[in-house]
Design a protein around this ligand. Sequence first.
Ligand SMILES: [Zn+2]
Length: 295
Amino acid sequence: MPDPSQDLFRVTLLGTGAPPPVLDRFGPSTLVEVGTEKFIFDAGRGAMQRLHQLQIPFADITGVFLTHHHSDHVVGFTDLWLTGWIGRPWGNRRNLLRVWGPEGTQQMMEHLPKAFHVDIRVRSKSYPPEGVKLEAEEIKQGVVYAKAGVTVSTFEVDHSGEELPAFGYRIDYRGQSAVLSGDTTFNENLIRHAQGADLLVHEVTAASGTAAETAAQLKRISSNHTTPEQAGEVFARVKPKLAVYNHLLLFGDARVEDLIPATRRNYSGPLLVGEDLMRIEIGDSVETQRFSDRE
Ligand SMILES: [Zn+2]
C-alpha cells in the first residue's frame, strides 16, 4: 500500500502576529509538513501551544529554520526546545534538534544550553540527554536541506539591509513548492526565487492615522517591511496559485480588513489574510481550511 504521507505537502500557520503580545495572533511561526518531514520555520511566541493544538508532538519535528534574529521570530524557540524534550505526549524528543539560520544562530545555540544548564542537568536524569542537544548550521543563499525528495533552499531578502542578515525559504517537493518571504521590504531577489511557487506566504505592514504620523511610520517601516501595495506587485509578478499574508505588522489605526483592498490595487489573483492555525494543502490545487472549521 502506498504511504499516504508521501503525498503530504501541508503548510500550517502557527502564528501570524508580530511583537504585540496578543492572544489571537501568536508570534510568527510556520509548520511545513512535506512527505515524511515536519519543519518549523521561525519560532515566535506561542509556537509550542499551537503545535500542541494540532496534536503534533515536538518529537516529530525534523528541524527548525530561522529567517532572521529579530526576537519576535525566536522567542518561542526555547519553549519548543525545552518543553519539547519533556517526556510527555506533546514533547518526548529523544534526538538532537537541527537548527538552520543566519549568522548568530551558532552563537544562540551554543549559549542557550548554558543559560538553562541547571534545568538540563536536573532533567537529564529523567529524559534522554540526546533529546536536548542542539546542532546549528548557519545558512547562505542556496540549498540547505535535501532528503527524501524534499529540498529546502534559502534566498537573501532585505530587512534593514546588511545590518540584519535575513532570508526567505523555498520548499520544493514533487514538482510543487511553497515560498516563505521571511521579513523583507520589496525585494527583487525574492521575486526571482519565488517564480513558479504554488504558495507564497508573505509578510505585510501597514500604518494609518494622522497624515504626519502615518508618513513617519511608513518611512520607518517601509525600509524593512512590505506594504500591501508592494506585496501586490510581488504577487502579480510571481503569480502563485495562492498568496497568504502571515506576519501582520499593523501600526496606528491600520486594520486587517484594509490589507486585501490595498493589495488589490496591484494584484487580482488568489489572496488571503492568514490566521493562526490556518492550514494550506498543496496539491493539484491549493486548498485552505481555518482551524475553527475543522474542530
Ligand atoms: Zn524582523
